[in-house]
Write a protein that binds this ligand. Structure first.
Ligand code: 5GP
Length: 189
């Protein structure tokens, strides 16, 4: 089996994907680095520009689309753009590290199609849509409207899980991290 140098994580919002990724990063600090996406959504209080995302205005985002600067981009929620800059791939590759992507399901499928056998795609599955709603409400980073948008989209996202190489059920964070680590050890460079 050829070892892969790209890992893609996709999941509905609230599935716990970002928590899993933070834990994996702590366990493998020198092995991989995250592609930092660009987004036109507003920064949350706990986020840092240039670390969690490159926060852009919609006009700046559209300019980068026109300039061909994105590997892929999606209007994930109505009026909110998210995308992977090509420069992130060269930045992380030049350090000799595995590239980790945290993108929506469509972005995940696009990146897998671009990199094919060099990439491993992982879908993080929440226990249920009800649990997703509970987590998003508990997290309290989103407005009621934003939670509704995220829940509405989740059914489409769950239906696409079969297109991924692996699915990790996140009903117990320690087990989910252990499963992800095992996949990484087996299949990545
Ligand atoms: P959030 O607003 O909660 O940070 O992210 C919302 C969704 O956008 C998540 O599913 C996240 O993975 C996705 N996302 C983040 N960055 C990108 C990206 O570069 N491309 C795509 N297609 N989706 C992204």
């Amino acid at each position: 089996m050829t070892k892969k140098d790209i890992i893609i994580f996709s999941a509905p919002s609230g599935s716990g994907k970002t928590t899993i990724l933070k834990r994996l990063f702590e366990l493998n600090p020198d092995r991989f680095d995250f592609s930092i996406s660009a987004t036109s959504r507003a920064k949350r209080d706990n986020e840092i520009d240039g670390k969690d995302y490159y926060f852009l205005s919609e006009a700046e985002f559209r300019k980068k689309i026109a300039n061909g600067e994105f590997l892929e981009w999606e209007e994930v929620y109505n009026g909110l753009f998210y995308g992977t800059l090509k420069s992130e791939v060269s930045r992380i590759r030049s350090m000799g590290k595995i590239i980790a992507f945290d993108v929506d399901v469509n972005g995940g499928i696009s990146i897998k199609n671009l990199f094919k056998d060099s990439a491993l795609s992982v879908f993080v599955m929440p226990p249920s849509i009800e649990e997703l709603r509970r987590r998003l409400e508990f997290r309290a980073t989103e407005s009621t409207e934003s939670i509704a948008k995220r829940i509405e989209r989740s059914a489409m996202e769950l239906a696409m899980s079969e297109k991924f190489d692996h699915t990790i059920l996140n009903d117990d964070i320690d087990l989910a991290v252990a499963k992800a680590q095992k996949i990484i050890n087996t299949e990545l460079k």
